[in-house]
Write a protein of this length. Structure first.
Length: 202
């Protein structure tokens, strides 16, 4: 007889700097690592949970990071009307043991990134690019993750650093300020060759 009792699913919401995005934090591991779904096709293929959420008319994108999911809503909806519906939806999905992200997604995304970044760490700027990526991963990522988002180094070219923002940081009004005042300032101090940081839109 199975006497193991599963602990109840706890779920609470946290605001993010982006008024269009909310973090739903749970006491379960949703996905080990980061998974973002902005396109329905990607969600359909890789994430039953993101796909179900994106079927709702008010969900624009879904972002998983370990024990939380950041949901970005469509602008013409009000959080007051949908926040609790989404909370119930997420809780119900987890309680029923629904699959968040399919096995192999991390490897799939890594292969896509590797193909895109193949030339990034070679040539005369290869070491600089590596150093910049390391600085972003060490100093910037943890702070951004606390806000329900993520930042990825994309490229370095003649003094310009290209990054993409994910989760709550994607399309967030204050992310531009963070990018320019915070990240750009720090990188310029630590890597004198850097002239500016540019956010790439995915």
């Amino acid at each position: 007889m199975d006497t193991a009792v599963k602990s109840p699913v706890m779920l609470f919401t946290e605001n993010t700097p982006n008024p269009e995005a909310l973090k739903y934090v749970t006491n379960r591991l949703l996905y080990r690592g980061i998974a973002e779904f902005k396109e329905k096709d990607l969600a359909l293929e890789w994430s039953p949970m993101a796909n179900s959420l994106m079927e709702l008319p008010y969900v624009r994108s879904v972002y998983f990071n370990n024990n939380y999911v950041t949901i970005t809503k469509e602008m013409n909806y009000d959080w007051a009307d949908i926040m609790l519906k989404l909370k119930e939806f997420v809780k119900d999905f987890i309680e029923k043991g629904g699959e968040t992200v399919k096995e192999g997604f991390t490897e799939y995304m890594e292969s896509v990134t590797t193909a895109n970044n193949a030339g990034q760490f070679s040539g005369e700027d290869g070491d600089l690019a590596r150093k910049i990526k390391e600085l972003i991963d060490t100093y910037v990522k943890p702070a951004v993750e606390g806000d329900g988002g993520n930042i990825e180094f994309k490229a370095y070219d003649k003094g310009r650093v290209f990054v993409t923002m994910q989760g709550s940081c994607s399309g967030c009004p204050s992310s531009t300020v963070t990018l320019k005042a915070g990240i750009e300032g720090m990188l310029k101090r630590m890597v004198p060759e850097v002239t500016e940081v540019i956010q790439e839109m995915e």
